[in-house]
Design a protein around this ligand. Structure first.
Ligand code: GDP
Length: 313
């Protein structure tokens, strides 16, 4: 994902290697190179500014001037500052004191929500939990069927609206565990939770509708679902390849639904991806998981330190 960023940073550090002492102009040049590398990777400007400011301050300070190996010290500083951008620590999922734990997924259409629902479901199942997926995306005619396919692949049951009039679109089916006919995603979500309670599922993952761009109706619908089901986590799923639009999108979702955590999807892509790296810093919400492919197992807990090492490798 970050090969060009990694390569650019590696080249910058290489220029410093073997220098016994760094002059102010060495530091300035290094900081300029790092800045360019981040901007080219699509990292958001305010994040780049902060980042390079901190690096410059620290690089001109005693920790570098007194270091035996100043170049190595700079790499260490960049590593620490990268970890800071990425959120420092992994925050584990908040689990409900009384089951079920409810996790709501939100994000733009195509961001990878439905795929993530399967991955999360499988992840819980592999840990011995009993997850249920709830199809509350009634916007896209195929979304319910798609979640059913995903659920089947993951071996996780799906609570879905009954075949019939769904959101004014064509009929959907086949029927999952749901038995009624719905037009209202809030109702589906609520009934899904009730179903989980009565059947003793201990984790409920609620897939919600996305649009191609942020719109008010979508946000209101997501907010209504959130208010109705009071999830333990609202995870905002963002396609790491969406470039600079990541920041604006994340801010819109933060204003609209005040999500509790971020999932970066499509981290396996070869696009620049830096914008997604800005999301934690810009929204103050932790990146909790990364999706790294279309398969149900292409999913990992996000570790800021490991990601920083990967970028600096
Ligand atoms: P949704 O509209 O947000 O539910 O998005 P989907 O889950 O339907 O995903 C949209 C497309 O992206 C599908 O073709 C998925 O197979 C693909 N996709 C989802 N997550 C990933 C990922 O981590 N990596 C890659 N390469 N593709 C992904």
């Amino acid at each position: 994902m970050f090969t060009s960023l990694s390569d650019r940073l590696a080249a910058t550090f290489k220029n410093l290697r073997g220098k016994g002492r760094l002059s102010e102009s060495d530091v300035n040049k290094t900081v300029r190179d790092i800045r360019m590398a981040l901007l080219e990777a699509d990292v958001a400007l305010p994040v780049v500014k902060d980042f390079t400011h901190n690096i410059r301050e620290r690089a001109l300070g005693a920790e570098v001037s007194q270091a035996l190996n100043p170049a190595q010290q700079i790499v260490k500083i960049v590593n620490e500052e990268l970890i800071d951008i990425l959120g420092q620590h992994t925050r584990p999922l908040r689990l409900a004191k009384t089951a079920p734990t409810v996790i709501m997924l939100a994000g733009l259409q195509g961001s990878g929500k439905t795929t993530l629902a399967g991955k999360l479901g499988k992840w819980f199942k592999d840990q011995g939990d009993t997850p249920l997926l709830v199809a509350a995306d009634l916007q896209r005619p195929n979304a319910v069927t798609q979640l059913q396919v995903v659920g089947e692949r993951a071996g996780v049951p799906v609570f879905a609206p009954e075949k019939g009039n769904v959101g004014g679109h064509d009929a959907v089916g086949p029927t999952g565990e749901g038995t009624r006919s719905y037009g209202d995603p809030v109702e589906v979500a609520e009934d899904g939770i009730q179903h989980a309670i009565s059947k003793l599922y201990n984790v409920v993952i609620v897939d919600t509708a996305g649009r191609l761009a942020v719109d008010e109706n979508l946000m209101q619908q997501a907010a209504d679902i959130r208010d109705a089901i009071e999830p333990d986590e609202v995870l905002f799923v963002i396609d790491a390849m969406i470039g600079q639009a990541a920041v604006e999108t994340a801010q819109a979702f933060q204003d609209g639904i005040d999500f509790t955590g971020v999932v970066l999807s499509k981290l396996d892509g070869d696009a620049r991806g830096g914008a997604a790296l800005s999301v934690a810093k810009i929204t103050g919400r932790p990146i909790m998981f990364a999706s790294t492919g279309e398969g149900v197992k292409d999913f990992e807990i996000f570790h800021p330190d490991r990601m920083a090492s990967r970028i600096l490798d």
